[in-house]
Design a protein around this ligand. Structure first.
Ligand code: SF4
Length: 355
């Protein structure tokens, strides 16, 4: 018996864009550099991709955790279409576990992704066409993918970015740049702006939040995006005692100058205590000013200090339904995959384990 086709507004699992069968019965996800090798039933480190009988699926396609309209400068991006407005969206799932994460509930989203896997989620499902229409209706000039790492949601990002461009909207991708070359090659022609973190030049910093990550991976991805023609701006959240050494910050500035150009923007943001780093103080203004001075000394011309804001955080103001003009009861109805192939067992819940 053929399965009913899901309706246009019906949540469904979508096949992971970059997957590779392995010889031992596992399938590898090649979206980010975790390159998770997953058995049937297992979910990736980000929790957003699941292996069902050898095929990987994205659980979070079209699922929005937050949505907000604001100036592009708040991303922060200052040298692409300044003065324009961008509709920012995020989902659940991330490939890093930052100790000072400000978006913990929505970005890691483990419980939200478990609910999706159990068929019990009431999160908002917004097809790409509807998101682009909402952006235009609210007078946005672009759409930003942010709040958690968009690489773990690449299927949706690509579909939205393609439609957005057709509708005359630009796209901004706010990332940690722990991404594969293959994903970048898919992404670069589709998006307009990359705002990427360089969190540190110390591998130990990255190991603590994402054990396979190396500084060279992150820098390599940023440089590659630049080479592929994406407008790149860099951000560093300066954390007291963790990545505030003036010498190292000067080295980041020198790297930006040499690899992206002396006019490539660098945004220095203030850390505010959060989560596992709640015991640390907020970044003193003098530390940020020292970093600015080191960057100018290195020859970087566009350096911006944010002394009043910790990150590109999602704020809870208008509910998602209000942006979309949908009835909350309909938007937040319980989500079961419209594909109808999972049966009563639902999508399996087994969490990531190192293969
Ligand atoms: S963390 Fe997620 S996006 Fe990255 S490789 Fe694993 S399953 Fe894919």
């Amino acid at each position: 018996m053929s399965r009913p086709r899901p309706g246009p507004r019906e949540y469904r699992l979508v096949e992971t864009r970059l997957q590779q069968p392995l010889s031992n019965g596992r399938t590898r996800c090649n979206l980010c550099l975790w390159r998770c090798g997953l058995h049937h039933g297992a979910r990736g480190f980000c929790q957003a991709h699941v292996n069902r009988h050898g095929t990987l699926y994205n659980l979070s396609y079209g699922i929005l955790s937050a949505i907000e309209l604001g100036p592009i400068e708040a991303k922060p991006v200052r040298h692409y279409r300044p003065g324009t407005r961008v509709l920012s969206v995020g989902s659940y799932g991330c490939n890093f576990r930052c100790g000072g994460c400000h978006n913990l509930e929505i970005s890691w989203g483990v419980e939200a992704l478990d609910q999706l896997a159990r068929g019990e989620s009431t999160a908002a499902y917004v097809p790409p066409e509807e998101l682009v229409q909402a952006a235009r209706r609210h007078g946005a000039d672009g759409i930003a993918f942010t709040y958690s790492e968009p690489a773990v949601w690449l299927e949706y990002v690509l579909d939205v970015a393609t439609l957005a461009r057709g509708a005359g909207l630009y796209t901004v991708y706010v990332s940690n740049s722990f991404v594969t070359d293959e994903a970048l090659e898919l992404l670069a022609p589709a998006i307009d702006v990359l705002c990427s973190d360089i969190k540190s030049l110390d591998d130990a910093f990255y190991r603590a939040i994402c054990p396979p990550a190396r500084v060279a991976d992150v820098l390599g991805a940023i440089e590659k995006a630049h080479r592929l023609g994406v407008h790149v701006e860099v951000r560093t959240n300066v954390i007291p005692g963790r990545n505030d050494d003036a010498g190292m910050l000067g080295e980041i500035a020198a790297w930006i100058r040499d690899r992206l150009g002396a006019d490539a923007p660098w945004h220095l943001t203030k850390f505010f205590p959060a989560y596992k780093l709640a015991h640390l103080p907020a970044t003193p203004s003098e530390t940020l000013e020292r970093a600015r001075a080191a960057a100018h000394a290195a020859g970087l011309r566009r350096v911006y200090v944010y002394d009043d804001k910790g990150c590109d955080c999602a704020r809870e103001n208008l509910p998602v339904a209000a942006w979309l003009g949908r009835e909350p009861a309909e938007l937040h109805a319980t989500k079961k995959c419209g594909g109808g192939c999972c049966g009563e067992e639902g999508v399996l819940l087994k969490k990531y384990e190192k293969a």
